[in-house]
Design a protein around this ligand. Structure first.
Ligand SMILES: [Zn+2]
Length: 226
């Protein structure tokens, strides 16, 4: 039997804010030559580059600042645009997407339309307590969006390493917003993890270890599915 050239992997990173899923997504993108498609980055790009007088942009920003998830039609429109632009060249690592069951179901439809491989979901598990500790401590440069952690030298200096701007706590990293985000996350993740588990496409990973150890566990869990 002649087998066709294997299609690129598609991965979905699930986990609470601060679980390091963005970092893991980037590492996986590099390891498997995939495009890192971050829902959060797409929204931040719209907020930063869009016309602030545009009611749609203002709406996206208001939700973003309050830690409220974006509606499905907006998330899907932005994601599908990126997929249609890039699917001939690469597979994807989705990060902060899907963030609802309708989005997950729509993604199943989209992968069929573009003849992509079924996505494998990777759930990075981190408790609420640990999430609060991680997020309320991190600082951020408004100018170039770099994130700093307490162990970084620039964090102690309070200024961005690349541009020298004063570091601030991101509006969605304030403790009350973090608690709200985690509560929302728990509701969503229960539904999404059941969905991918029922498809036999969920890998559960302990996120409360070092970046390197989390990555090693992901690679081990992925190995039988490559
Ligand atoms: Zn900066």
């Amino acid at each position: 039997m002649i087998t066709s050239h294997p299609r690129p992997l598609n991965l979905i990173l699930l986990g609470p804010p601060g679980s390091g899923k963005g970092t893991q997504a980037q590492m996986l993108a590099e390891r498997f030559f995939l495009y890192h498609l971050s829902g959060g980055d797409l929204f931040r790009k719209v907020i930063a580059q869009g016309d602030s007088k545009d009611p749609l942009v203002a709406e996206i920003k208001a939700r973003y600042d309050q830690g409220i998830p974006q509606p499905d039609h907006i998330a899907l429109e932005l994601i599908e645009k990126e997929i249609s632009r890039l699917h001939h060249k690469t597979g994807f690592v989705f990060d902060m997407f899907p963030s609802s069951l309708p989005q997950a179901i729509a993604l199943e439809r989209i992968v069929k339309v573009y003849d992509l491989r079924d996505p494998m979901a990777i759930l990075i598990q981190v408790s609420e307590e640990e999430t609060l500790v991680r997020l309320t401590k991190r600082k951020y440069c408004q100018f170039d969006e770099r994130v700093y952690h307490p162990q970084d030298i620039s964090y102690k200096k309070g200024r961005c390493e690349t541009c020298g701007q004063v570091l601030i706590t991101r509006s969605d990293d304030q403790p009350d917003v973090v608690r709200k985000r985690y509560g929302t996350y728990v509701q969503i993740i229960k539904v999404l993890s059941e969905f991918y588990k029922s498809q036999g496409r969920l890998l559960e990973i302990n996120g409360e270890q070092s970046i390197v150890d989390v990555f090693r566990d992901i690679l081990r869990a992925l190995a039988p599915h490559l």
